[in-house]
Design a protein around this ligand. Structure first.
Ligand code: UDP
Length: 309
């Protein structure tokens, strides 16, 4: 199959491109390197099945593919605080440009949406029917509302043109090829634990996240795009929920570190809890995560050690 991956040089994108190439597909990776990097796909450069297109999807890009993954967007809070307009435009105009390509060529389209569409959820476990609790103009709104707009745009393209799509809402994911300084909790804690700096816990650390290892997530993305499921919205993530403070202690132990824990102000609108209901993914895609937090963290720590050297 000929598959386009917008945002293919980013963290999840580059892991996905490698997996698709290993499965024998032809991959067109599209990226403008705002938060992604050529280095992430360096091992694929000599593969004749791999094409790297440097392009900004908000400006339009010429390609043809049977399947399109739209993963193009800054995704770390620190990145989208710095790039709020780029974040809004890539998810709106960028998504529209990819949808036009899907419409012209009859491609199947997968949108990487996010658990952030649920905002600061008022229910403990979030399933796809929950409409969310989002601040429309706070500092996170550039990401949350842009992804919500993308979902609405895709539904509109389906209502008007019957495009073939699936939307996946990705919950917190971690693993190799995350940027050491992308500001997210896992790279921060690992880097701090490995270098003996204090682990920076925001707030009192009682807020929760549920962390999915990237190989599991990539398997979920492939299961979603290659499934028969049409016009569906599906959560992808690991339901293993844990407080940020517990994650700090867990990471410190996994790194055999004696770093201290330091407390810092909680970012505005930081969601207090997040845990996916993945009943739908299990039923519809026959998918569920298999890699434990310990195994995933150990692999990620080993990779970060290499990056720090
Ligand atoms: N966090 C933290 N220390 C850090 C980075 C993040 O305590 O050095 C917290 C953050 O406040 C949030 C959680 O960890 O509650 C996850 O943050 P991240 O930026 O990874 O992603 P988010 O889930 O907020 O999009």
């Amino acid at each position: 199959m000929r598959i386009a991956v917008a945002g293919g040089a980013g963290f999840i994108g580059s892991n996905l491109c490698k997996s698709l190439i290993a499965d024998g597909h032809e991959v067109i990776c599209i990226d403008n390197y705002v938060t992604g990097s050529k280095k992430n796909v360096a091992t694929l450069m000599d593969d004749p099945a791999f094409t790297l297109l440097e392009a900004d999807i908000t400006e339009g890009v010429d390609f043809q593919a049977e399947f399109i993954f739209n993963l193009a967007s800054p995704a770390s809070p620190v990145d989208y605080y710095k790039l709020p307009i780029e974040t809004m435009m890539v998810n709106s105009l960028g998504t529209k440009n990819l949808l036009e390509s899907a419409r012209k060529n009859g491609s199947r389209f997968l949108m990487a949406s996010t658990s952030e569409v649920y905002g600061d959820p008022q229910i403990p476990v979030q399933d796809e029917t929950y409409w969310g609790h989002v601040n429309p103009n706070g500092p996170r709104s550039c990401y949350d509302e842009a992804k919500r707009f993308a979902e609405a745009l895709i539904m509109s393209y389906w209502r008007q043109y019957e495009i073939n799509f699936i939307i996946v809402r990705i919950f917190n994911t971690f693993g190799p090829f995350m940027r050491l300084n992308d500001g997210r909790v896992v790279p921060n804690f690992i880097k701090q634990a490995l270098t003996g700096e204090p682990l920076t816990v925001y707030g009192d650390g009682s807020q929760t996240r549920s962390l999915c290892y990237v190989d599991d997530l990539v398997a979920g993305l492939k299961a979603a795009i290659f499934s028969e499921a049409k016009t569906e919205v599906v959560n992808l993530g690991n339901p293993n929920e844990m407080s940020v403070l517990k994650l700090a202690e867990f990471t410190r132990r996994a790194c055999a570190s004696d770093s201290e824990i330091s407390y810092h102000p909680l970012p505005v609108d930081d969601p207090t809890r997040r845990r996916p209901d993945i009943t739908k993914a299990k039923k519809l895609l026959d998918w569920e995560p298999k890699i434990s937090l310990t195994e995933g963290l150990n692999k990620t720590i080993a990779w970060f050690k290499g990056e720090l050297n």
